[in-house]
Design a protein around this ligand. Structure first.
Ligand code: C2O
Ligand code: CU
Length: 444
């Protein structure tokens, strides 16, 4: 039987019919007719493998790969993904993190579908109408299943596809990544991965943090631009170098640069000039190593790029306004004494929902009164960051789907309620989500 983790869902499909009775469940699904432009099958399965220390351990994989196969599609394509569960007893789903698909395709077990049990399957259909870097993962007992390997990259390329000489690589940070032959994994291999790139080539690196804590990335040997955050392009980003990139759990940064004559390195640590480092090296040959990383500052997404028009700001009359105070306290959860992660003092499913009507412009203020980072992830919508600690964003419009709210920080954000359904809003430190820091966004 499917064991349900409270933090993953907590509702049942009855919520739909009670609270969203104006909208039929059919309306919340992706296109049910039409021939798909891309079809994929992802089969979830247990696997045994030997750890670096020689022990046999069980991991869970899609198509026997960790990360799962890298899915690349083009903007506007009708995508069909068949999920097959071979033998994951707890059941699995597929959630398209950051891609604002129709609610019925969102893959949240117990909320938008039932978990797919062993021997079962489920087909997702959606039109890929946002370009950018996304990822997919199981959303049944996420804190366990993502850690065990049920995750992968999803990229939506613009229709006018780039010249063939470009290098475009996704780099995922995860503690269990091995290699799927396409996606680069950082943080678990303990070796230098080398990709040959000719000088002058335009390079795009898509960084994805699939871990529970913010991760530092250091890019050395080249000046670069951060061209997108959470899949959304930044407006006129400047060339930078020597800035540490601190990426929220669940978040993505796209980096672009022209390949120089020397080597370029990317690593979590600042020391990636030895062969034993867990690092990606781009070079035109098999021996060059990148120069050491010289840190000048930490990249600040609130003050980077060039301002541009936004659909709402501090002056907007918001239809709804919510404040979410993030904190923790000791208490019982799922029958265990634990460090509860709370929103406005509540743990899921007792947390009152964010209620909206379709068409509302909604303001959400996040306040972190605890002592841990909380990367807050809203499903189905991108949010615009208005201010941090009372200071307005001064650079490019900063849209995000996973906003790291550090201890003591306050963010004001806003979004358009334009994707009806019942959605999750939760901390993407998935252990925190499993300890209560989860809530619903519900369309009335
Ligand atoms: Cu990436 Cu609700 O998850
Ligand atoms: Cu958290």
């Amino acid at each position: 039987p499917a064991r349900m983790n409270m933090a993953d869902h907590g509702g049942s499909l009855h919520h739909h019919t009670n609270h969203a009775s104006m909208i039929s469940v059919e309306d919340l699904k992706g296109p049910q007719s039409g021939t798909p432009d891309r079809m994929f099958t992802l089969s979830a399965q247990t696997m045994k493998r030997t750890t670096l220390s020689g022990e046999l351990e069980e991991v869970w994989a899609f198509n026997q790969l960790i990360p799962g196969p890298e899915l690349r599609v083009q903007e506007g394509e009708l995508v069909e993904v068949k999920l097959v569960n071979i033998d994951i007893d707890e059941g699995v789903t597929l959630h398209w993190h950051g891609l604002n698909v129709p609610n019925g395709e969102d893959g949240v077990a117990g909320l938008t579908q039932d978990a797919v049990l062993p021997g079962g399957q489920h087909t997702y259909r959606f039109i890929a109408n946002q370009t950018g870097t996304y990822w997919y993962h199981s959303h049944q007992q996420s804190s366990v299943q993502v850690a065990k390997g049920l995750y992968g990259v999803l990229i939506v390329e613009p229709q006018a596809s780039n010249e063939a000489k470009n290098v475009d690589l996704a780099v995922m940070s995860h503690g269990q990544g091995t290699s799927n032959g396409t996606t680069i994994t950082l943080g678990s291999l303990g070796e230098l991965q080398r990709v040959l790139v000719n000088p002058g080539t335009s390079v795009r690196l898509r960084l994805i943090n699939a871990r529970n804590m913010p991760q530092s990335f250091h890019l050395s040997g080249v000046q670069f631009r951060v061209t997108a955050i959470d899949g959304i392009d930044l407006h006129e980003p400047q060339l930078i170098s020597g800035q540490k990139l601190l990426l929220a759990a669940g978040g993505r940064y796209d980096l672009s640069f022209q390949m120089p004559t020397g080597a370029v390195g990317l690593a979590h640590s600042t020391d990636f000039i030895t062969d034993h480092s867990d690092a990606l090296v781009l070079a035109s040959n098999n021996k060059d190593l990148p120069p050491p990383f010289q840190q000048e500052s930490t990249f600040d997404p609130a003050a980077y790029g060039t301002p541009s028009s936004v659909p709402f700001d501090a002056e907007t009359n918001y239809d709804r306004s919510y404040t979410l105070v993030l904190d923790n306290r000791v208490g019982f959860y799922n029958g265990k004494l634990t460090n509860l992660q709370t929103i406005n003092g509540y743990v899921f499913p007792h947390t009152p929902s964010l209620m909206v009507r379709e068409g509302d412009i909604v303001k959400v203020k996040f306040v972190n009164r605890g002592f841990m980072d909380h990367p807050m992830h809203l499903h189905g919508h991108h949010i615009l960051v208005l201010s941090r600690n009372g200071t307005a964003v001064t650079g490019s419009p900063w849209w995000t789907d996973t906003l790291n709210v550090a201890p003591g920080e306050t963010y004001e954000t806003a979004f358009a309620a334009d994707n009806p359904g019942l959605w999750m809003d939760h901390c993407h430190n998935l252990d925190h989500a499993a300890a209560g820091m989860s809530m619903h966004l519900m369309y009335e």
